[in-house]
Design a protein. Structure first.
Length: 329
């Protein structure tokens, strides 16, 4: 079976080194297995997403020397690969979950949730205490009838989800350990990341997911939805995060580490890939590299597991200060 991976950026800001890192590893994981790569624009958050960022993301991916087989391109729109155009599919999936008794309306307001939650903040946020799951049927009907705003939550079945992460090994997680009954659709009608990603991974036949380890707490929720919607689970690989020189996670608001800003400072794609490859342990010294040169020796399970904090020397090397490379590309 052909491996199918995905690049799934949210076009809510300029791509930074951390995005380049995730794109490179997801791309190598697919290309080293002769697979196919989908580009999916995760523009669910319509207000924060922009066409300008989508265009920039696509040109950044190409600038890095990476490519994709399906999805939009800078030259051609491909509506089906934009989550903003897939709400009808998410709506249908939500109806299926409701019919299966796996979704229930939740009338809790943000304020109710703040008060109700014990101060136990894990990676996945506060655990929902299940307040609305136990409302009497008649009360639910009456509230819905009155048009009281509600979100829809997944009704956990207490299952333990097992998956073998390529880097972190066997995992066994219950939804109760990562936030409990999670939101499928918000009260304002916006579908949740969990629902959209699970359905899209299923419908797009994704068999390999390579993404940051910060998303690992979502995996059990996505496995629950994939199973409920009758899709096979992909293989997951949660890669370490790149941290800035202060040890903070890279974020889109750190404009100075955006690929655009680096390019403006004269940084070449060959140096960006060279640095990322060195960090990943794919090369044994800092050198200018093209992604295609890494394909033949790439093995995802051999990647480092620990987050990496960029150093001042790394930044100097990117800018061409310090070690002199043999040839620029
Ligand atoms: N769209 C998410 C992001 O840009 C990635 C989601 C995923 O890989 O599941 O962080």
């Amino acid at each position: 079976m052909t491996v199918r991976g995905r690049l799934a950026p949210s076009p809510t800001g300029m791509a930074h080194l951390g995005n380049a890192w995730a794109f490179l590893l997801a791309w190598l994981a697919v290309r080293s297995q002769g697979g196919e790569l989908v580009l999916r624009m995760e523009d669910l958050d319509i207000e924060r997403s922009s066409v300008v960022y989508m265009q920039m993301l696509m040109s950044d991916i190409r600038w890095l020397g990476l490519d994709w087989d399906e999805g939009p391109t800078p030259e051609k729109e491909a509506a089906d690969w934009h989550q903003a155009n897939r709400f009808h599919l998410y709506r249908e999936a939500l109806e299926r979950l409701k019919e299966a008794g796996l979704a229930y309306p939740c009338f809790c307001t943000r304020k109710d949730l703040m008060v109700a939650h014990a101060p136990h903040l894990g990676d996945a946020g506060y655990a929902y205490p299940g307040t609305c799951r136990h409302l009497a049927r008649e009360e639910v009907a009456a509230r819905l009838q009155k048009g009281q705003p509600c979100s829809w939550r997944y009704a956990s079945q207490g299952t333990t989800y097992h998956f073998a992460d390529c880097l972190h090994g066997p995992q066994a997680v219950r939804l109760e350990d990562c936030g409990g009954d999670f939101v499928l659709c918000r009260a304002d009608g916006v579908f949740s990341y969990q629902l959209a990603v699970s359905l899209d991974d299923g419908l797009m036949g994704i068999s390999q997911v390579v993404r940051g380890r910060d998303i690992m707490p979502s995996t059990a929720r996505q496995l629950a939805l994939l199973e409920a919607l009758d899709f096979a689970a992909p293989q997951y690989c949660h890669i370490p995060l790149l941290l800035d020189t202060d040890g903070e996670r890279l974020a889109k608001r750190q404009a100075s580490l955006s690929l655009e800003a680096l390019r403006m400072r004269g940084v070449t794609a060959g140096r960006v890939i060279g640095l990322l490859a060195r960090i990943a342990g794919l090369t044994d010294r800092l050198e200018i590299v093209h992604p295609r040169d890494l394909i033949s020796t790439f093995a995802i399970s051999a990647l480092r597991r620990e987050d990496y904090r960029l150093t001042t020397a790394d930044m100097h090397w990117l800018e061409g200060r310090g070690h002199e490379p043999d040839a620029e590309q």
